[in-house]
Design a protein. Structure first.
Length: 268
């Protein structure tokens, strides 16, 4: 149930889209009459959630974020036209929670989705997290507070002291470790978890026109472009996805290797 006491209805009307570069932001032109939650002021925090077939876990994520953040936030769902209707469900959730939807035609990848969401966001602090509940919503306030306290980037870290991984297959753990070793060695990156998909950042850093959003490790590109900025690692425990299927395919691995090569070649 949402804060207004209503659960999203299956027969809800779909709001009309407003044009947006490389995507479409769905806004309700008459939100007050249709029961959509209207904030009293612009949010300070925008949680950007890239999605592709995440219908099973998105409602629980949105509800958990509301419990964790309460007010002064928005959830920006960036959906690559999921066949399972994730975008439609997100628009239904927007009737009870501060959710906005950017729906993009086709499948363009996680990195570019994060950049798209940052452009659509209203908050000065942007949190990036997955929709599959592998990133704990109750850790989001710690990331936000770290940025508000002076950090430019707060990295949710599995490998910093106090962090960890739970219920993840061995082959995924090995792949993650290899990705970290490559990034730290090839790019001389000091952050212990530079490939984390869970982080908070000052929004202006994601508006850098030189960010390409190649592949699914956008944090690595942000760190490389912002050497000298204050980066703080916030330990958390990663758990395997609670629903849906992994999006990791050979294409994503290849894009990661291309990203490493590009970042090494071009520098900060």
């Amino acid at each position: 149930m949402g804060p207004a006491g209503k659960a999203p209805g299956a027969g809800a009307a779909v709001p009309e889209p407003v044009g947006h570069p490389r995507g479409r932001i769905f806004e309700d032109p008459d939100a007050s009459s249709r029961g959509r939650l209207v904030p009293d002021r612009l949010p300070d925090v925008s949680v950007v959630v890239p999605t592709y077939n995440e219908r099973d876990t998105l409602p629980e994520l949105v509800q958990a974020l509301h419990r964790a953040l309460g007010e002064g936030y928005e959830v920006v769902v960036v959906d690559d036209s999921s066949p399972d209707g994730t975008a439609d469900l997100a628009r239904e959730l927007a009737r009870s929670y501060p959710v906005r939807v950017v729906q993009r035609p086709g499948r363009h990848g996680l990195g570019s989705a994060v950049l798209e969401g940052a452009r659509a966001a209203s908050g000065s602090v942007v949190v990036v997290m997955d929709a599959d509940l592998s990133h704990p919503p109750d850790a989001v306030p710690r990331l936000v507070e770290t940025v508000r306290s002076g950090a430019d980037v707060a990295v949710g870290s599995r490998y910093a002291p106090g962090g960890g991984i739970r219920a993840w297959p061995l082959h995924r753990r090995l792949m993650s470790r290899v990705a970290v070793v490559l990034a730290r060695w090839w790019l001389r990156e000091k952050v212990q978890d530079p490939v984390s998909g869970f982080f908070a950042v000052r929004r202006e850093l994601l508006l850098d026109p030189h960010l390409h959003g190649l592949g699914y490790k956008i944090l690595l590109e942000v760190l490389r472009r912002n050497r000298g900025r204050r980066v703080v690692e916030v330990p958390y425990v990663f758990t395997d996805r609670r629903g849906g299927r992994s999006k990791l395919r050979p294409r994503e691995v290849w894009d990661y290797l291309r990203l490493l090569w590009r970042l090494r070649r071009t520098g900060p």
